[in-house]
Design a binder for this molecule. Structure first.
Ligand code: GDP
Ligand code: GDP
Length: 436
């Protein structure tokens, strides 16, 4: 689980420029594995060995001047709810605008760390101009040029300094699976949870403002013990019902990061849409287990749409990671709830499994020998040895003489063979090639 840093501010101050700078180096690594760049508004950053997640709130509502002030206000409120630290970006070229004042007013009340960043300070003159931002009443500020990168080092020092310590010991003590139920508004998340565990859920008091919380509540249903992750975002969903991608993604980040397996609830009558996809990617990017629940199946005319057609459509949307269980459920008629829970537990087990090095080599080396990586520039690639790494999520390393010559199609071939022989259903896996 990571701390979450949210970048807020009005349009065109340079939020996405700064965001891209933050996630750049890391993203390059992640993408070489998955082969795809996905969510442009959410990423991981690392500084001085501390990893954290970054959300560019502006990226979701790409603004021009006609952007509603209310829109910005809601973004900031969401950031306040969901993030551990807030970076408020302003623009020295423009100076303080009324909208900046509005945002500052909201942020002055926040107990979480708020860092004021004056952007576009490209030269020494502008350094002096930045002084006016003291008037926002947020105290000291950092000056940066998101474009050139100057000033970002000191800013990052500050960001990792103010982030709260994470209780990572909890993970070891708590062997129960942690599930979260995510999805767009009205997909039926609350109905599903209620159907599964009854109305006694979420009787916790709403401790808004102190929301460092992702609360695990322990349940035992159908003989399975598990924790359900509850976050401020999920509890307070009644307040925000906007059907915008930004909100459902933002509301899901903490729950997803905090869980082992995500139950992604989609609305059968709407199909698998952009928002569903974004949440799916969020889970995949965090290497969480995933089960897709096609809810409200009771409403679907069965002769027009077979489960097989429906499934195929979803798999097209989630490619290349298609080895994911898809279940057709109804929170209303309580159809296949047990199956959903069973599957989530199975995915949890799949994600935890450890394959012994000898068994793994016994399986993979003959496969590799029969279908070796294609030679490149007249050079033959030899893979001599492989193993699963002792990491929290499944990662496999293959030692080769020329690892840099192994291309993505071959990685996919290896992954497919792995999935054919072991049950990694619902689990993202990583495959690396390293120098022997
Ligand atoms: P956002 O709407 O807040 O995400 O803003 P963008 O990152 O899209 O940037 C808005 C404009 O400001 C773009 O034209 C950027 O090139 C420009 N910009 C961003 N950072 C800087 C900077 O440090 N200096 C200058 N001069 N321009 C910048
Ligand atoms: P959430 O916003 O994702 O938590 O969605 P809710 O649980 O509040 O459900 C949204 C609406 O869909 C409510 O009116 C529910 O009664 C309805 N609903 C939820 N699940 C089902 C289902 O399986 N079948 C039908 N027909 N309606 C459902």
């Amino acid at each position: 689980m990571n701390n979450i840093v949210a970048i807020v501010g009005r349009p065109n101050v340079g939020k996405s420029t700064f965001f891209n700078r933050l996630i750049q180096r890391r993203e390059a690594i992640v993408d070489s594995v998955s082969g795809v760049t996905r969510d442009r508004n959410y990423g991981k950053s690392e500084w001085n060995g501390k990893e954290f997640s970054v959300i560019d709130t502006g990226g979701y509502v790409k603004g021009s001047d006609d952007i509603f002030e209310g829109e910005i206000r809601r973004q900031v409120e969401l950031a306040i709810d969901e993030a551990d630290a807030i970076v408020f970006v302003v623009d020295v070229e423009e100076g303080i605008t009324p909208m900046d004042d509005e945002v500052a007013k909201l942020l002055r009340k926040v107990k979480k760390p708020v860092i004021l960043v004056v952007n576009k300070v490209d030269n020494a003159m502008r350094e002096k101009d930045a002084v006016e931002f003291y008037n926002l009443g947020l105290g000291d500020y950092f000056t940066i040029s998101g474009m050139s990168g100057s000033g970002t080092g000191e800013l990052l020092d500050k960001i990792v300094e103010v982030l709260p310590e994470l209780p990572d010991a909890v993970e070891e003590e708590n062997p129960l699976p942690r599930f979260c139920v995510v999805g767009r508004p009205n997909a039926g998340k609350s109905s599903f949870i209620n159907a599964l565990i009854g109305e006694d859920r979420f009787v916790v008091t709403d401790i808004a403002g102190t929301t460092r919380d992702a609360i695990d509540t322990k349940y035992n249903r159908f003989g399975f013990e598990f924790n359900l992750v509850d976050t401020a975002g999920i509890r307070r969903k009644a307040k925000v019902k906007e059907d915008l991608e930004f909100y459902s993604v933002m509301r899901s980040v903490r729950a997803i990061e905090h869980s082992d397996v995500c139950l992604l609830v989609i609305d059968a009558t709407r199909g698998f849409e952009g928002q569903d996809q974004s949440i799916f990617w969020l889970a995949e990017k965090n290497r969480k287990g995933i089960v897709i629940l096609v809810n409200k199946w009771d409403l679907v005319e069965k002769d027009t749409m077979s489960t097989r057609d429906y499934e195929r459509k979803i798999r097209e949307e989630i490619a290349p990671f298609t080895d994911v269980p898809i279940l057709f459920v109804s929170a209303l008629t309580k159809q296949r709830l047990l199956k959903a829970l069973e599957t989530a537990v199975e995915v949890f087990e799949n994600r935890k499994q450890r394959i012994s090095t000898s068994k793994f080599n016994e399986l993979m080396l003959p496969i590799i020998e029969a279908t070796p990586p294609p030679a490149l520039k007249g050079k033959y690639i030899k893979i001599k040895y492989c193993m699963q790494l002792p990491t929290p999520t499944p990662q496999f390393v293959f030692f080769a003489n020329l690892p840099q010559y192994v291309k993505d199609p071959y990685k996919r071939f290896i992954e497919n063979k792995l999935r054919e022989n072991y049950n990694f259903s619902g689990v993202p896996i990583d495959i690396y090639f390293r120098q022997k």
